[in-house]
Ligand binder design. Structure first.
Ligand SMILES: *[C@@H]1O[C@H](CO)[C@@H](O)[C@H](O)[C@H]1NC(C)=O
Ligand SMILES: *[C@@H]1O[C@H](CO)[C@@H](O)[C@H](O)[C@H]1NC(C)=O
Ligand SMILES: *[C@@H]1O[C@H](CO)[C@@H](O)[C@H](O)[C@H]1NC(C)=O
Length: 440
């Protein structure tokens, strides 16, 4: 009976608002009755699953759950390099919930805020010490450096990160750091104007230049000294902006000039970049790509041997600000300039976008079945959570998951932000220390 009701709710959700509200009210009342009945007779809500998905059930469960055919063990030691402005907040929240449920020990920032030593590499004092000397998880901002991070983490730690297309990344960085105001760019598309002549702004933004060029590669630990925008400017340009905040006079630089004239690249740049990317490729199990977020999450779930429930997330995306130049396009010259200006980021992005798709294609076609199943479940869980119902919701087993039960507590967890989790996890961390001093 409650089954039918929930199907009805799913159906009516798709109809127009007024009707939905009227019927919704009636249904919510009925749901309360159902909740009462369910609580009393031990019935559980079941999510309707399409017959197409159900027909897959004959496939060997272990095969599906563990991908390669063998059993795999859930991995609980991991480092997520939370690259700035890549939708990494949402991922961190997923990881925080996962770790919290399992009582894992996080490396947490000693200071308020999300940084463990960032923009420097992490060192003692940047994080709260672990009560047993071992950390399971890093999910706050670090600048990755292999020898430092591996010395802090167990040997079986899984490393992963996230990247985003460099152009939409730059827009997001501009909005984040208010670079249009700082650089005094008055234009419909300040990012485009910046990319007309990016080298022109560098002296006026010594501290800021790192936000516009190769920031993702920087977070990933690349030594960007080889990619500095530091070629001396031709003197005839009479470069004015030597001081921070001084308005650059951009009039005497020709429009449509390619950035390569103004960039200094070390002759070894290509080798260094190639070697570094290769080493990340070897050391990381996955580099997620924001443009293919659900694909990346399902891939992560498979590699980590996690469940569908573990990667559910709040579709109300974090930091999704509607700034005015968000959807502006760029000229070919602007795009070319950006490729040169942020050369390492493009190399990273293109390499790891293609390795993501290589990994996906090596999974076989059922990857996409799991992907659509996950999208479907995630949407419905978000909807269930938005209703703030008191009844639990049982997601039935499928080829990719055992059945699991959701309730309002889970929904509250889903909505938490990174800083909420940091507070909760710090409290847990302190409890562990108390327990330790009590027993020792
Ligand atoms: C480049 O051209 C655009 C449009 O023609 C103009 O608005 C802008 O001021 C020019 N930029 C520079 C740096 O001269
Ligand atoms: C990522 O790689 C895939 C597969 O090679 C390609 O089809 C897609 O266009 C790439 N995406 C971006 C945003 O570059
Ligand atoms: C609700 O779900 C959470 C997370 O799965 C679980 O820890 C908790 O015990 C559940 N609460 C009730 C009342 O069932």
């Amino acid at each position: 009976m409650d089954n039918k009701l929930l199907s009805l709710l799913v159906y009516f959700r798709l109809k127009n608002k007024e009707r939905w509200m009227l019927i919704g009210l009636t249904l919510v009342l009925s749901v309360i009755v159902v909740a009462f009945l369910a609580a009393n007779f031990g019935q559980k809500g079941r999510l309707p699953v399409s017959t197409e998905l159900q027909s897959q059930q004959h496939v060997d469960r272990a095969e599906q759950l563990y991908g390669s055919g063998g059993r795999c063990r859930e991995r609980t030691n991991f480092v997520f390099v939370k690259v700035h402005k890549c939708g990494s907040h949402t991922t961190t929240c997923i990881l925080q919930r996962f770790g919290y449920e399992r009582g894992l020990t996080f490396m947490l920032p000693a200071q308020d805020g999300p940084n463990i030593g960032y923009p420097r590499f992490p060192k003692t004092g940047d994080y709260l010490p672990s009560s047993n000397g071992v950390f399971n998880v890093i999910a706050d901002h670090i600048r990755y450096k292999k020898d430092i991070v591996t010395s802090l983490m167990p040997h079986d730690t899984a490393y992963f990160a996230i990247l985003r297309h460099p152009l939409s990344h730059l827009k997001s960085v501009f909005n984040w750091k208010h670079l249009d105001k700082i650089l005094r760019i008055k234009a419909e598309n300040p990012v485009g104007r910046f990319l007309d002549t990016p080298w022109y702004y560098r002296a006026s933004i010594q501290g800021m230049v790192r936000y516009t060029a190769n920031l993702m590669a920087y977070d990933m630990g690349l030594n960007i000294a080889y990619f500095k925008q530091n070629r001396p400017l031709p003197s005839k340009l009479n470069f004015p902006g030597q001081h921070y905040g001084k308005s650059p006079r951009i009039s005497h630089i020709q429009n449509g000039t390619k950035a390569e004239k103004y960039l200094y690249l070390h002759p070894k740049t290509a080798d260094i970049l190639h070697q570094y990317i290769t080493s990340i490729d070897q050391d990381f199990i996955l580099v997620m790509i924001l443009e293919y977020y659900d694909e990346s999450l399902v891939m992560l779930k498979r590699l980590m041997c996690w469940g569908i429930r573990d990667i559910l997330y709040d579709l109300d995306v974090r930091n999704n600000e509607p700034y005015r130049y968000k959807h502006k396009d760029f000229t070919e010259v602007q795009k070319d300039n950006h490729r040169l200006w942020s050369l390492a980021d493009y190399a990273f992005y293109e390499h790891f976008n293609s390795t993501l798709w290589e990994k996906i294609s090596s999974q076989g076609p059922d990857f996409f079945e799991e992907l659509s199943y996950f999208k479907f479940i995630n949407k419905d869980v978000n909807w269930y959570c938005s209703m703030k119902l008191e009844i639990t919701w049982t997601i039935p087993s499928s080829n990719w998951n055992e059945a699991f039960v959701l309730n309002r507590t889970f929904c509250e967890w889903l909505a938490l932000k990174r800083w909420h989790w940091d507070d909760i996890l710090k409290e847990e961390h302190i409890k562990k220390w108390h327990r330790k001093s009590f027993f020792s």
